[in-house]
Design a protein around this ligand. Structure first.
Ligand SMILES: NC(=O)c1ccc[n+]([C@@H]2O[C@H](COP(=O)([O-])OP(=O)(O)OC[C@H]3O[C@@H](n4cnc5c(N)ncnc54)[C@H](OP(=O)(O)O)[C@@H]3O)[C@@H](O)[C@H]2O)c1
Length: 385
């Protein structure tokens, strides 16, 4: 007998388009580019054990309150990917007093990520210890496998001049250097075409100069050296400008509980008129509306949180009582709760969780497999942080 994936009611007639008990549509209509899953809706993978883990009471009413889980796939350019990925910065540089893992351990951790088919692996040509340029790209080149729905993305346009993540400096591209950078990454990663190549930073250029560089990246795409172009640390006006030249498939800006400006409205009322903001505000919303994948970096506070351990003030997700309490209720860690929350709220988000240990990948994969569901009320509580 068929049953509803939400309330598990077993007398649902096959011919019906929704559950006759709780009204859950079997094939939910989707409005925005990111709300339509490319494979079967992940809602069908939700089982009763997950539902009961998410609820202190097993009553039917509380189970019915859960929102459908987010789609299990999103589209990067024209490639379907799983929106659960890792960032390789903590494997590349000294991220805390205990330093970065040695190369053999880093390779093992990356292999674990490939084995578990994480959707996206984020790196950059500047992700390296002081004297070993291109280190992380070479590591990835050594162990990469071709996973289903899996992409490696890299970037260029920043330099690491020391061994810590506080030692970044903008690297301003001159003419021809975007292509050089792309060629170097292709060589180290051992691929014909880069899944995503991004400008690591969009600051420091005049419009004409930036336009020339974006056109250079576009040529690389047209020649098949790059599959998708992305922008990091980008303002809304720069994003719109770049899109007027070439398709931008991905954006990587900061998002975390401390800094949610990427979510907020794009426009604001100034003197009775709608005015477009030119900062980074609203970039996430813009991505959601325009079919661009948004990679939120530093979700757990990044390196600042690592170095600030033990200091007073909000430096970790553990400092948000609401998050800690809700996570405990659902039997997950506060970090896992934040991952599930941002995916639930923004369908265009692909997570890139900073990873230095194998178990971080396991924790991510549990979220991918639908460990956490939210009610509308819980979402409102988290939205209010
Ligand atoms: N485009 C850019 O300008 C830019 C800038 C910064 C970062 N990024 C990218 O974004 C990625 C993510 O940012 P990030 O690495 O700075 O910071 P992050 O994701 O905020 O934090 C990384 C730290 O969070 C911890 N963590 C991960 N999963 C956890 C879990 N389930 N429970 C508890 N702790 C967990 C890890 O700590 P442990 O060390 O204890 O495992 C890791 O060192 C980077 O790796 C990089 O690829 C891009």
């Amino acid at each position: 007998m068929p049953h509803c994936p939400i309330c598990l009611f077993t007398e649902t007639p096959l011919s019906s388009s929704s559950c006759s008990l709780c009204d859950t549509p079997f094939d939910t209509p989707f409005d925005t580019p990111f709300e339509k899953p490319l494979d079967s809706p992940s809602i069908s993978s939700v089982n009763s054990s997950i539902l009961s883990r998410n609820s202190s009471s097993n009553s039917l009413t509380s189970l019915l309150d859960y929102l459908p889980p987010p789609p299990s796939t999103l589209t990067l350019g024209s490639t379907p990917i799983s929106p659960y990925g890792i960032g390789t910065l903590p494997l590349s540089i000294s991220y805390s007093s205990s330093g970065r893992p040695p190369r053999p351990s880093a390779l093992q951790i990356l292999q674990h990520a490939f084995k578990l088919n994480v959707g996206y692996i984020d790196t950059g040509d500047s992700y390296h210890p002081g004297d070993d340029p291109g280190y992380m790209e070479s590591c990835l080149g050594e162990v990469r496998t071709e996973g289903v729905g899996q992409v490696i993305g890299t970037k260029g346009g920043m330099e690491l001049v020391g061994s810590k993540s506080t030692d970044w400096r903008l690297r301003k591209f001159r003419e021809g250097e975007v292509r050089e950078c792309v060629e170097g990454s292709r060589r180290r990663l051992g691929v014909e075409s880069l899944g995503v190549w991004s400008f690591h930073h969009c600051e420091g250029y005049g419009e004409e100069e930036f336009g020339r560089l974006v056109r250079e990246a576009k040529e690389c795409k047209e020649e098949g050296l790059v599959e998708n172009i992305g922008l990091c640390n980008v303002r809304l006006d720069q994003l719109e400008f770049a899109r007027s030249i070439v398709e931008i498939a991905a954006v990587q800006n900061q998002w975390n509980l401390w800094n949610r400006e990427a979510e907020f409205e794009i426009d604001e009322e100034v003197g009775g008129k709608r005015k477009r903001k030119v900062g980074k505000r609203g970039v996430l919303r813009y991505c959601q509306e325009n079919g661009i994948v948004f990679f939120p970096y530093g979700m757990f506070g990044g390196v600042k949180a690592r170095y600030a351990e033990g200091r007073p003030g909000k430096v970790s997700v553990h400092d948000f009582k609401t998050v800690v309490d809700m996570a405990e209720e659902k039997g997950v860690s506060p970090n896992q709760l934040v991952m599930a929350y941002v995916r639930q709220k923004w369908n265009c988000v692909c997570l890139i969780v900073g990873c230095r240990k194998k178990e971080r990948i396991d924790e991510l994969v549990k979220i991918r497999d639908g460990l956490v569901l939210f009610t509308e009320g819980e979402m409102e509580v988290l939205d209010a942080i």
